[in-house]
Design a protein around this ligand. Structure first.
Ligand SMILES: Nc1nc2c(ncn2[C@@H]2O[C@H](COP(=O)(O)OP(=O)(O)OP(=O)(O)O)[C@@H](O)[C@H]2O)c(=O)[nH]1
Ligand SMILES: [Mg+2]
Length: 453
């Protein structure tokens, strides 16, 4: 299990909070202490830990919480978000230029895991449908070629090398040319990690990079270094921009959390992690997914979704329109623009306690036609938007012309509108009155007017 120890301590800390009878200052303080202990043990930088836990504490106790969820659930979400944050929010994919061979120069300190992870990455990219090849340009260490060749053969990845050639730049160039001639998409070049100290290695990296002009330089960093890993990332990145980082040996390393967070803090793009010695032991690094797995809660996803759903408050204007029974085309347009999709009607209805009752076909038609409808609505006059009944055939023709659509499209839109309105009306009749959580004050408990328009 990747970062197993850190994961289980974090998991326990969160479970303890979920089990506590109340979420108050005391239980949050306990949570924060548990988190601090877990993170410090994983060699996460102490300043990072203190900042993170301070934010968690503040948010846990002070944030306003959307109706429908408990503070307990909210706090779990906060922990999740803050942990994700220290690992870097964004997923940055490996840069792959279309219609050309891409060269990746793989560098790193001796023993960091370059050779092993080159083959793992080659296999992964092959599985993704790319043609791949590796080049053995470590001419320094005896047996380096054989190691790469053996691993590559086992993984069924082509390997280019020349054990007799001692000039690494020459081999690298030959290898790259060999694969370029075959139009291989991904060319991974293994290099020597002969130096324990960075300066000599960085000088060589610059030379070979100048000769090859790679799409990306990939830096391999040993995760067992803990937070020290960041100084390598910084030193290499200062010399020449590093396109990707692979943090290796995260299986079983007690300090992996420290390595990941420290490298992420330098702003360097961790794109893959090495999770074992075998050829399949590599993963794309996605902070959100990673933290989810780390916290290891079977129902974590659903809890998170529940909180996020509750927080996505519906558009108040639209909700008001629904409550009053007055739902015009203009409301529909405002709704589409605000939310980007009509699915949120379903969302509002579910908040009214009428969830999931929007007929599927209604939703499908709406989603399919969304972009077109936006244009059509823009071609209508203010008067038409307020009172769609005015739209008879001559107006339909004008609107279609104005929006570059067919009359049938305009009619479809009007039909959808009528359906939505009718649907909302029947709901209102069935319920007698509607209530939106968090908006009671706003509506003053008034009785809905009869009928709408
Ligand atoms: N547990 C574990 N071991 C790994 C991982 N990646 C690499 N290793 C091991 O680390 C050792 C060094 O790996 P190499 O790939 O030879 O490292 P290198 O950077 O090419 O080393 P040099 O060529 O000497 O600079 C090997 O024993 C690998 O099996 C990993 O993700 N997890
Ligand atoms: Mg090697």
């Amino acid at each position: 299990m990747v970062l197993g120890k850190l994961g289980s301590s974090l998991h326990q800390a969160v479970q303890k909070l979920l089990r506590s009878s109340v979420v108050d200052e005391k239980s949050v303080k306990e949570l924060v202490q548990d988190l601090q202990r877990a993170l410090l043990q994983a060699d996460v930088n102490v300043h990072l830990v203190m900042d993170l836990t301070k934010r968690i504490e503040q948010r846990a106790l002070k944030d306003k919480i959307a109706p429908g969820i408990s503070r307990r659930e909210y706090v779990v979400k906060v922990v999740y978000e803050e942990l994700t944050d220290i690992l870097g929010q964004k997923v940055v994919p490996l840069k792959v230029q279309p219609n050309q061979s891409n060269i990746y120069l793989v560098v790193g300190i001796q023993g960091s895991g370059k050779t092993t992870n080159i083959v793992k990455l080659a296999k992964l990219l092959k599985k993704e449908g790319h043609t791949v090849g590796v080049v053995a340009a470590d001419t320094f260490r005896a047996g380096a070629y054989d190691q790469l060749k053996q691993l590559a053969d086992r993984a069924e990845v082509p390997c280019f090398g020349d054990p007799k050639e001692k000039d690494s730049i020459k081999v690298a160039k030959k290898g790259v040319k060999h694969y370029q001639d075959q139009k291989t998409k991904i060319i991974l070049v293994d290099t020597a990690g002969r130096h324990k100290e960075e300066t000599g290695l960085i000088r060589e990296m610059k030379q070979i990079a100048k000769a090859l002009n790679p799409t990306e330089i990939i830096l391999v960093v040993d995760g067992t270094l803990g937070q020290q890993a960041s100084s390598q990332a910084e030193a290499f990145n200062a010399a020449t921009p590093i396109g990707s980082i692979i943090v290796t040996k995260l299986d079983g390393s007690a300090r992996g959390g420290g390595a990941l967070s420290a490298v992420a803090a330098t702003g360097a793009p961790i794109k893959y992690i090495g999770t074992g010695e075998k050829v399949n032991d590599i993963e794309k690094f996605e902070p959100t997914k990673f933290v989810g797995q780390l916290l290891g809660m079977a129902d974590f996803e659903s809890l998170l979704k529940k909180v996020q759903d509750a927080e996505a408050m519906p558009d108040k204007e639209l909700a008001k329109a629904l409550l009053s029974g007055k739902f015009t085309l203009k409301d529909m347009m405002a709704q589409m623009e605000a939310m980007g999709n009509v699915g949120s009607i379903g969302k509002i209805l579910s908040m009214l306690g009428l969830g999931y009752k929007v007929p599927d076909e209604m939703k499908e038609v709406a989603t399919e036609n969304l972009e077109k409808w936006k244009v059509i609505l823009k071609s209508m006059t203010e008067e038409e938007l307020e009172n769609p009944k005015l739209i008879k055939s001559s107006r339909t023709a004008r609107i279609a012309r104005g929006s570059g659509t067919q009359q049938k499209d305009v009619k479809d839109l009007l039909k959808q509108y009528q359906q939505s309105r009718k649907f909302i009306k029947t709901l209102r009749k069935r319920r007698g009155g509607l209530r939106i959580p968090g908006m009671e004050g706003m509506m003053g408990g008034q009785k809905p007017p009869r009928g709408g328009r």
